[in-house]
Design a protein around this ligand. Structure first.
Ligand code: PMT
Length: 397
């Protein structure tokens, strides 16, 4: 979570500088304070005014601008930053940083800083792979600098290869990971997410509206906080976050088996999936015709296993967090599920409220544990994931 973090963005003179205002914008949308330092070469690609506007702060360029500022600017900026991110980082600036050359504002700040430093290289493939640049990157890695990968694509010079700076969204995600507290380190967290689907014939199946967003946000947050994460997911169309184990399932019975594989070693099980409670009793190998005998008018159903109920009964030291999607009597039904399924905590959403429940990027929930009920305001599923895992962390400690 980047809220209230101080991020110093260093922009150097490569064509990827045109994407750096996007980094600035994404960081500010997540509540971070951003200050930008540009090298002189960077100003040939993007104007300082762009960064000044995007960051809502003065854009820093020159070392000796002391007439306007009583601070020793390079020192105060170095002290201010929670992290320094250089994006793009050219071979020239990487070389200076690795070898202790500080001949402008940015490289002098780097020399004066104690906070984490991240660099996002952006350059031609041959430059990236040159012995000199690779040696410099090794020196920086050795010193604990976070060196991001580059992407492989057609580059600005029309060559195809590695060296393309990562996209702003990916860089911001890396910054978030670098700054996240690591309070779940060593914990084994198993998360179920998304819907399950129950096939009726080769064409049709039963399912629900779960997109997986809530469960994936939990998995992403837990991973950033240092946990070992297993994500067991029904079919979704969203990008799978970086986790330790990703298990893709289709039916509720598949999900039941998958949870069983990981449950014993889990410290925490979070049941944010929406598994189908029922499945068609008979699967037809052939497409069921609308008019044929035994057609679609009467589909016989049978009950699926209740995964949470089953593993709740087997619980030893695990913390189990359940979810509930309700439309009436939400507190009453949620409390009944908390007890019946042996949850430590249940997150209940009123799916009738706009901005809550299935498919949305936000959620409105109440969190109920054995002693208390907390109603939360509308927030993004990413923020809610952070809030839920804060509570899980407290329960564990
Ligand atoms: O995926 P999104 O689009 O982001 O939407 C998020 C969500 C609405 C799916 C999620 O926040 C949510 O509420 N998930 C639980 C939905 C649900 O199945 O609720 P339930 O009240 O039917 O089940 C209660 C609990 O038992 C849940 O933890 C569920 O995972 C679990 N369960 C239910 C049925 C079943 N057969 N096995 C189970 O383990």
């Amino acid at each position: 979570m980047l809220k209230n973090k101080n991020i110093l963005l260093g922009v150097t003179g490569g064509i990827a500088a045109y994407k750096s205002p996007g980094i600035c914008s994404l960081l500010r949308k997540q509540g971070a304070e951003v200050k930008v330092v540009m090298t002189e070469n960077a100003t040939k690609f993007v104007t300082p005014l762009t960064f000044q506007t995007m960051s809502n702060n003065v854009c820093h360029l020159e070392m000796f601008n002391q007439l306007f500022n009583m601070d020793v600017e390079h020192i105060s900026l170095a002290k201010w930053a929670d992290i320094i991110v250089i994006a793009p980082a050219t071979a020239n600036v990487i070389g200076k940083f690795a070898n202790g050359i500080s001949d402008d504002m940015l490289t002098t700040i780097l020399m004066a800083s104690r906070c984490p430093v991240m660099i996002a290289p952006g350059m031609n493939t041959v430059m990236l792979n040159s012995k000199a640049n690779q040696n410099n990157l090794d020196i920086l890695k050795e010193r604990g600098v976070i060196v991001l990968d580059t992407a492989t694509d057609i580059l600005a010079c029309n060559d195809y290869g590695s060296g393309k700076m990562l996209e702003p969204k990916e860089i911001v995600n890396e910054i978030d990971t670098a700054l996240a507290k690591k309070d779940l380190k060593g914990k084994n967290i198993v998360i179920t997410a998304g819907p399950t689907i129950e096939p009726l014939d080769p064409v049709r199946y039963l399912t629900n509206h779960s997109s997986g967003k809530m469960g994936y946000a939990l998995a992403e947050n837990a991973k950033k906080r240092g946990a070992k994460v297993t994500l067991i997911s029904g079919p979704t169309t969203i990008q799978v976050p970086k986790v330790d184990n990703f298990v893709s399932v289709k039916t509720t019975r598949d999900m039941f088996e998958a949870v069983g594989e990981f449950f014993d070693k889990a410290d925490v099980l979070i049941k944010s999936a929406a598994p189908a409670d029922y499945r068609p009793k008979h699967y037809s190998d052939e497409k069921i015709k609308k008019t044929a005998q035994g057609d679609l008018d009467n589909i016989e159903m049978e009950k699926n296993p209740d995964i949470a109920l089953h593993y709740g009964a087997l619980k030893k030291n695990q913390i189990i967090v359940g979810f509930a999607a309700e439309s009436t009597n939400i507190y009453q039904y949620a409390k009944e599920k908390l007890d019946k399924k042996n949850f430590d905590m249940i997150v209940v959403n009123n799916i009738k409220k706009e901005g809550a429940g299935f498919g949305t990027d936000t959620n409105i929930v109440s969190i109920i544990d054995k002693n208390s009920t907390t109603d939360l305001e509308i927030m993004s599923k990413k923020e809610l994931a952070n809030e839920i895992l804060d509570r899980v962390q407290k329960l564990m400690s």
